[in-house]
Ligand binder design. Structure first.
Ligand SMILES: [Zn+2]
Length: 222
């Protein structure tokens, strides 16, 4: 598990990225286990889209069709599940957090920008971003035609290269660009490629694994 605790005005934000050691969170009914995050969870039915759900109280929005959740409510545990897509947490010092599931479809749909706008709408001003383990360009081969379309939408920096020299989609670069477009300059990256390290991470793309990691984030007042 990667764990971060961040000071807020009047509390703390917690961010957790699970790894294999924390188990599989693929099931929609996956619940608190291994001490990863206590309290009612908001679990999304992820669509690779740009829908953002606002969570007004712990457990609200559970089962929503969305790819991002945002809250200013202490104790509301926001979760997204990923294997190779990017899990992104947004934390505003004023006391707003977001969990975002961002693959190439979601990035094209603008899920990162949508979540960031919602954080600001709830009063977030000083926002930082945390990018968890996802597939990196070195392992993410992409057809050059589709890649050109993505570059048209997302910028040429999303064009990467695999370790074996073929065109690749660079998810971290696309996430960084979306964050900067949203005025978020503080970006902390885990620099873990899910495809590269089979001992620590699940990868659907590299190994056909059905398991999923969890990103959980919440505000704690104590
Ligand atoms: Zn890799």
């Amino acid at each position: 598990m990667l764990a971060l605790t961040l000071d807020l005005d009047g509390g703390r934000a917690e961010v957790r990225f699970s790894d294999r050691g924390d188990g599989d969170f693929a099931a929609a009914h996956a619940d608190s286990r291994g001490g990863l995050a206590a309290g009612p969870w908001t679990r999304l039915r992820q669509q690779h889209g740009s829908e953002v759900v606002v969570v007004a109280a712990p457990g609200d929005g559970d089962g929503a069709l969305a790819d991002a959740a945002v809250t200013a409510a202490p104790g509301a545990v926001l979760t997204v599940r990923t294997a190779d897509c990017a899990p992104v947490a947004l934390v505003a010092r004023e006391g707003v957090v977001a969990a975002v599931h961002a693959g190439w479809r979601g990035l094209v749909a603008g899920v990162v920008e949508g979540a960031a706008a919602t954080v600001r709408a709830l009063g977030g001003k000083e926002v930082s971003a945390y990018l968890g383990p996802c597939i990196h360009a070195e392992c993410y081969e992409f057809g050059s035609g589709s890649l050109a379309e993505l570059a048209d939408r997302l910028g040429s920096e999303v064009i990467g290269r695999t370790a074996w020299g073929t065109p690749a989609f660079d998810i971290p670069a696309a996430v960084r660009r979306a964050l900067r477009r949203s005025g978020i300059q503080t970006i902390i990256e885990a620099h873990h490629c899910t495809a590269c390290d089979a001992r620590r991470w699940y990868s659907h793309r590299a190994r056909g694994e059905p398991e999923r990691h969890l990103l959980a984030t919440w505000i704690s007042r104590s």
